[in-house]
Design a protein around this ligand. Structure first.
Ligand code: NAD
Length: 331
């Protein structure tokens, strides 16, 4: 294992940062690559390169002398960002993905894991809040809601063909809403669990119980804690399964319920205020039948336990930021 060299792209981001730590603890040599350093904690990578992976020559440098690649780099964010930056997302992610996999092939990388998304699933299967969980084969006939999902789907195909035509093992994971500490929690790219933790933390600190929620809050999702996500990613990489595989929890909750769970953790009463805002598809859940079959495992950390960890971390961030702002204002 010590002899295996691994590249994690997107290692300055939420999942990539956690993955680097996990792989280091397993004894691998790890190179992290990103356009930015991790924001909230130092990286554990043996080597960290700041490279823009939209550029071919940077992808060649990133994939040099490694055996395996976990390809996580992406221009992405929560629903607010994804629903209003289609051309930027499509342009940047296509460049990142076509260049990274081709550079990996040229450099003789043997195993390549691509991180896709539940956003590949067609809108017509997600029109009701109480929908059937999505099986992997439901991705076709294709009709993802946003450019983000279309790009993920095309890159899935690209990876599949590379696996078929070249000497490279390919793995493809479809994440369903991963959350946890050390993830983006404000600024517009954050996702619902982080946004709700931040809003509840603010309510708890200011005493103003009002929580703004986009839409009526009855849209549904499942949420998977970061530690389960990393375990699943690693198990998939080590498996011999080359088709796309869901990785998420299969407990569906509404956004209103998500807020109630966080408020319960914070031990405060909140007042939900429903406002206009992008909601994404109406309902989405993961069908984990194939995940259980392929990995003999499925995510096991409860939403309540995961949110308790996440809330404590985000509350600390909110407090720290407010202190800094007060300090700035005073001088
Ligand atoms: P993230 O935004 O925290 O991490 C992505 C990283 O990619 C960022 O650090 C970013 O700086 C980096 N990046 C962007 N453009 C780059 C470029 N040109 N060159 C190099 N690096 C670049 O997101 P995350 O939540 O850690 O997601 C990791 C992967 O998983 C992404 O591919 C994402 O699409 C996918 N995914 C995540 C979720 C989720 O719920 N978090 C769900 C579905 C899919």
């Amino acid at each position: 294992m010590q002899n295996t060299k691994i590249l994690v792209t997107g290692a300055g981001g939420f999942i990539g940062h956690h993955l680097v730590t996990f792989l280091k603890n397993k004894g691998y040599w790890v190179r992290g690559v990103d356009i930015k350093m991790p924001e909230f904690a130092p990286t554990d990578a043996d080597e960290f390169k700041l490279l823009d992976l939209r550029r071919w020559e940077n992808c060649l440098e990133a994939t040099k002398d490694v055996d395996e690649v976990y390809a996580l780099a992406a221009d992405m964010g929560g629903m607010g960002f994804i629903s209003s930056n289609h051309s930027q997302i499509l342009h940047n992610n296509i460049l990142i993905n076509v260049h990274t996999i081709e550079a990996a092939r040229e450099n003789g990388v043997k195993r390549y894991l691509y991180t896709s998304s539940a956003c590949v699933y067609p809108e017509y299967k997600q029109l009701e809040a109480n929908i059937a969980p999505l099986k992997e084969e439901d991705a076709y006939p294709a009709q993802p809601q946003d450019a983000y999902g279309w790009e993920k789907l095309v890159t899935e195909r690209l990876c599949t063909h590379y696996g078929e035509e070249f000497d490279m093992e390919v793995r493809i994971v479809r994440f369903h809403n991963i959350f946890g500490p050390l993830g983006t929690w404000d600024g517009g790219r954050e996702k619902a669990p982080a946004a709700m933790c931040r809003k509840v933390a603010a309510a708890s600190l200011t005493g103003n119980p009002e929580i703004e929620i986009w839409g009526d809050g009855e849209q549904t999702r499942s949420f998977c804690y970061i530690d389960d996500c990393i375990t699943g990613l690693y198990k998939l990489m080590r498996s011999d399964y080359s088709e796309p595989l869901n990785l998420g929890q299969d407990r569906m909750v509404t956004i209103n319920q998500l807020v109630d769970i966080v408020a319960n953790i914070a031990e405060i009463d909140v007042k939900k205020k429903h406002i206009e805002g992008p909601q994404g598809v109406r309902g989405r859940n993961s069908d984990n039948t194939k995940l259980r079959e392929v990995l003999g495992w499925e995510p096991e950390i409860s939403l309540e336990d995961g949110l308790a960890q996440t809330y404590q971390w985000i509350k600390a961030q909110v407090m720290e930021k407010n202190n800094v702002e007060q300090y700035d204002a005073a001088y």
